[in-house]
Design a protein. Structure first.
Length: 339
């Protein structure tokens, strides 16, 4: 295996860049259901002209959304976006209202991940349909009673040829590569795997119900027979999850936006030290606060009830705190709680 330095080699993109697709890669993947969308929506020039306002490498599946709204006869549609996609919310809202009979509500609360699906608030706002953008179906649609659900993954096309060339330049043939990413780049990741497989041992590890190669900030696989982890995406939130699970495997990040390829580190020993210290302090507490997350579907009442029972059995007091987000300054206000 090649051993890149901290300043890993970056390949300059050629002028005639290629975008490999899943169809050209030969990947055996279930076909999309676009054929079910009527031709009068797919081929509507007004709709297509409106869609042209959006970035052409972002797939917001507008045709599918319009068809879903017409099919369900929804009159009010709630749109939920992560922070990075909110700038497109008004354009998408205008398109939906122009080409359907529904009005729209853009949900402005912060959305961190797939567990933040806020069907409760959408129902309270009188919405018939909630369209959740940018995350996978962690909360199944059969668990959101009283409201229709539509998940839009927002596939993002990237310069996959540059990504592939970067890996080939930095790692010797035969290296065991584990490719991971977020849902937006999974098609690009799977396509890249097909093109790398002749020269490398490539895996896209899976934690069900997530897609192969997909990781979350709270969910990632423990790997075996892996030389390096390659994360395709920006930021570190998701990457740190797989680094914590696999502290002995070198991790690298390829940012598809600036095409930077970097070696990434996580101080696992320091993290474990801090957690052990926190556990020790909590073990001495006589009054314990239990925070139930209220941001979307983050909180688990069953887990909370189990903790309550165990704390009560230990002879200590407990108090339940409902919070959408946890801020240290807010916790400091609860001076009568020990941990």
């Amino acid at each position: 295996m090649a051993t890149p330095t901290d300043n890993a080699v970056v390949v300059t993109a050629a002028s005639n860049r290629k975008f490999y697709s899943l169809s050209s890669s030969g990947l055996n993947r279930p076909k999309r259901t676009s054929h079910q969308i009527p031709d009068d929506i797919i081929n509507n020039s007004e709709i297509n002209n409106a869609i042209a306002q959006l970035p052409d490498n972002y797939n917001f599946e507008i045709h599918k959304t319009i068809w879903k709204i017409r099919q369900t006869e929804a009159k009010r549609v709630a749109l939920q976006f992560p922070e990075g996609l909110l700038l497109f919310a008004c354009i998408i809202s205008d398109i939906i209202e122009k080409f359907t009979d529904a009005d729209t509500v853009i949900m402005g609360d912060v959305t961190y991940g797939a567990c933040c699906v806020d069907d409760f608030t959408a129902r309270a706002l009188g919405a018939d349909l909630l369209v959740h953008y940018g995350h996978s179906c962690l909360i199944p649609i059969n668990q959101t009673e009283g409201i229709q659900m539509l998940y839009i993954f927002v596939d993002i096309k990237i310069d996959t040829a540059h990504f592939i060339d970067t890996l080939k330049l930095n790692f010797d043939p035969g290296t065991n590569l584990a490719l991971v990413s977020t849902i937006q780049f999974i098609p690009a990741l799977q396509s890249s795997r097909q093109h790398l497989s002749p020269d490398y041992s490539v895996t896209t590890p899976q934690c069900k119900p997530l897609s192969p190669g997909e990781i979350l900030g709270c969910t990632s696989p423990r790997l075996t027979d892996t030389d390096v982890i390659i994360y395709l995406g920006d930021g570190r939130f998701h990457l740190e999850s797989v680094m914590i699970h696999n502290p002995d495997i070198p991790a690298y990040k390829y940012d598809p936006y600036d095409k930077a390829f970097t070696r990434e580190y996580y101080d696992t020993a320091r993290m474990q030290e801090l957690r052990q210290k926190a556990i020790a302090e909590a073990s001495r507490a006589s009054k314990i606060g239990i925070i139930l997350g209220t941001l979307g579907r983050q909180g688990s009442p069953k887990v909370m009830d189990n903790l309550r029972a165990k704390i009560t059995a230990s002879g200590r007091e407990h108090v339940t705190i409902l919070l959408s987000e946890i801020f240290p300054d807010k916790l400091r206000l609860m001076e009568d709680i020990d941990a």
